[in-house]
Design a protein around this ligand. Structure first.
Ligand code: ADP
Ligand code: ZN
Length: 721
């Protein structure tokens, strides 16, 4: 092979042909460096028949410069990249990029330099140096990472290095990981668990693509079951990928993993520091990494010897990425398992309707764990009709919930209040002139955060200090908070129970692994009486003393732009309910709602999951919604509102006229302005028979857009904002 085709990592170009100089050997999937104009570009050698390019004559080809010293991307991974790009109508190099570590990781191992405190503590320090000294205890990382950790400039740290307060440390990038041991601490499984585990273990032993839906109620011990499958993969010296929906859940997972296998697993997510990512990536490619745990970005890692994929809390919407390549990690995980010919386990107490349907159709093998481990009962559920049991003026907890809270506090048991809204209040207005605080970049209200004394946009991150006077009418002391967020609920609990020990759990308060660990330890040691939290506390946690869950506003999830709002509400409330009564004491759940008659609420109250899913399936069937039909969305945006509108209109005008495809819109998006861009949306509803992606490619392919216009395609969309 002297002519090679490359998939190149360049924002404009995607495919380029080169010449392989004599004496240089390469193979499909190999990572190489090639010249591009005066610069160099990273590329992957690809099968030319799979990657359409322009035929440049042989004589014009420039030579490849270097083959990088890392194993080639396997056929299975390349197929996965092709499939993902094709299915999600995304550029192939954008997908392939998700399989890369840093450039440095590709260059080989060797050593790098990190920095840490030397122990020298001068008497006199500038305030910045003193702050850095405080923040950096126990830390070791690059100067840039340390600067971020300590919120000081890199210059400050270089100064500290100069005066010996920081010291350099040489780090071996390929130092081996401790080995996990399959039989380190094997648990005694219940009969049900054993039967489930046997099935999973035998699938791992045999190899081959076998998708499982591990459907077990909250607290049934699903983790213990799939740990047995992981143990088998470790015995077979095959690698395991475990996907969790949120980084916040990894802390808990790490501890359980370490207790079972003797060492922690490898972590892969965006907040792992650079040198560790480099080390992890290299161990993943070489096959040395045994078990890798990560958020969705770990899905495309180039495993050398993958043997099993686990997707825990598989129903979670955070597996869906909503920018860049808009893929669903749960679905792509199953596809990856198919290409790799390995088993995949989707675990959930509240599976997505799509997954249940596939199990029913016999595509997935369903394993049920219908009872909690150790004989714990599922909690009793009581619905509070907020129209009858009205909270006091300016309060959000209805009297029955207050009464139950009082009871738990008297008994020394823990309670959890769930409201999926960060901050103090979702809207702030001026009592005097009616002015409402809105984000300048988004069509959204600014959310008051009283802990940090700021107003913040939850869409773009815009922030301002909460002002003393109204910016419009300049009256002082006139701002009113409308509606509750978790901080406001916490205030109410403080007023009602001044002696209760309280924890507010949101992504604002639990923003580092240390803080998560502290919270878990405090909750386990019964140093917390009441937890007030967002969806962050709905899953994964196991606090035996927690016996009461209060859902502050069950109707919240039914508003807003979620295409599967009812299912999402069901899952969220069932999950948070699942935190109650996991130990010996029975649990109780109180759900506050204005719509006790809604099907979701009725099903939750009756504990009748099947009824909910049946009704939901019926509704989806009627609407031609997934899994019975298909959806796609097109999002058109521009900084110029007229430009966005015109482009959306042009797309609408060219909408295909097909019997099995219906196009709705264009219409201004519910979030009509986001990060300074005006947005329009189209929703496409297709029958399963339609070649949806081909239709969209052909449709958009014939259109030209103004420079500032962005057109994004979202296949199987979840959110519709
Ligand atoms: P799920 O993920 O299904 O909600 P977990 O895996 O978190 O359930 O299990 C619930 C609790 O029961 C955990 O504290 C777990 O350690 C414990 N548990 C489950 N199975 C066993 C077992 N076989 N032996 C001992 N403890 C178990
Ligand atoms: Zn904003």
């Amino acid at each position: 092979m002297s002519r090679v085709r490359l998939l190149v990592f360049n924002p404009v170009l995607q495919v380029l042909d080169y010449r392989l100089p004599s004496g240089m050997a390469t193979d499909f999937g190999q990572l190489v460096i090639a010249p591009l104009g005066p610069r160099q570009v990273l590329g992957i050698v690809w099968e030319p028949e799979r990657l359409a390019g322009t035929e440049v004559p042989d004589s014009k080809l420039r030579p490849i410069l270097e083959v990088l010293p890392v194993p080639a991307f396997s056929k299975a991974l390349r197929s996965l990249i092709e499939w993902t790009a094709d299915y999600y109508v995304a550029p192939m190099n954008a997908v392939a990029r998700m399989a890369l570590g840093s450039m440095a990781a590709l260059r080989g191992g060797g050593t790098t330099t990190e920095y840490r405190l030397s122990g020298l503590e001068p008497k006199r320090l500038t305030p910045q140096r003193a702050a850095a000294l405080d923040a950096l205890h126990g830390e070791q990382a690059s100067i840039r990472e340390l600067a971020e950790l300590a919120s000081v400039s890199e210059g400050v740290l270089r100064g500290m290095l100069g005066s010996g307060i920081l010291e350099p440390v040489t780090v071996d990038l390929d130092r081996p990981y401790l080995r996990a041991r399959a039989d380190y601490a094997q648990p005694e499984l219940s009969d049900l668990q054993q039967a489930a585990a046997d099935q999973l273990v035998s699938a791992v032993r045999q190899g081959g693509f076998t998708p499982f839906l591990l459907d077990g109620v909250t607290g049934s011990g699903k983790t213990e079951c799939y740990f047995e499958a992981i143990a088998e993969a470790i015995r077979q010296q095959r690698q395991v990928l475990v996907l969790l929906p949120e980084i916040a859940l990894t802390e808990n997972f790490l501890r359980r993993f370490e207790a079972r296998f003797g060492v922690p697993p490898l972590l892969w997510h965006s907040s792992v520091k650079q040198s560790e990512r480099r080390r992890a990536w290299r161990a993943i490619v070489s096959g040395e990494a045994q078990v890798v745990v990560g958020a969705r970005s770990a899905l495309f890692m180039p495993f050398g010897a993958l043997g099993l994929i686990v997707v825990d809390e598989a129903h979670e919407v955070s597996f869906k990425q909503d920018d860049g390549v808009r893929y669903n990690a749960r679905d792509v995980a199953v596809i990856r398992a198919r290409f790799e010919a390995v088993p995949v386990i989707l675990a959930s107490a509240t599976p997505a309707l799509e997954s249940l349907q596939l199990a029913e159709a016999g595509v997935y093998t369903k394993i049920d764990l219908p009872a909690r481990y150790g004989g714990a009962e599922l909690p009793a559920v009581r619905v509070i009709d907020l129209r009858k049991d009205v909270p006091e003026r300016g309060r959000w907890l209805a009297p029955p919930l207050v009464a139950e809270l009082t009871g738990r506090l008297a008994k020394g048991e823990q309670s959890l209040l769930f409201l999926n809204r960060r901050g103090y209040a979702p809207l702030t207005l001026c009592r005097h002139c009616g002015y409402r605080f809105q984000c300048p970049n988004c069509s959204a209200w600014l959310v008051e955060h009283r802990l940090s004394k700021r107003l913040a946009c939850h869409h773009c991150g815009h922030e301002m200090p909460t002002p003393e006077v109204c910016p419009e009418c300049h009256e002082g002391d006139c701002l009113v908070a409308c509606g509750p967020g978790v901080e406001r609920i916490a205030d109410e609990v403080r007023e009602l129970f001044p002696n209760a020990r309280l924890a507010v759990v949101t992504s604002d308060t639990l923003n580092s692994p240390e803080k998560i660990a502290q919270f878990v330890a405090a909750a386990e040691q019964r140093e917390i009486d009441v937890i007030v939290g967002t969806q962050l506390v709905t899953k994964g946690y196991h606090f035996p003393e927690l016996t009461l869950v209060g859902v502050i506003d069950a109707d919240l999830g039914l508003e807003g732009g979620d295409l599967r709002a009812a299912e999402r509400t069901y899952q969220q409330i069932a999950q948070v309910s699942g935190r109650a009564g996991r130990g010996e004491k029975p649990g109780e759940v109180l759900i506050q709602t204005r719509h006790p008659e809604a099907a979701v609420i009725a099903a939750l109250a009756a504990g009748d999951r099947d009824a909910f899913y049946a009704a939901e399936a019926e509704g989806r069937k009627d609407a031609g919604a997934p899994p019975f039909g298909r959806w796609a969305a097109i999002i058109v945006s521009s900084e110029d509102e007229a430009e966005a509108r015109e482009a959306a209109k042009a797309i609408g005008a060219m909408a295909p006229n097909l019997p099995d495809v219906v196009v709705l819109g264009p219409a201004p998006a519910p979030l009509a302005l986001l990060r300074g861009r005006y947005r329009y949306r189209l929703l496409i509803n297709a029958r399963r028979s339609a070649q949806l992606q081909d239709v969209i490619r052909a449709w958009l392919g014939q259109l030209q857009f103004a420079q500032g216009v962005r057109v994004a395609v979202d296949i199987d969309p979840y959110s519709f904002v």
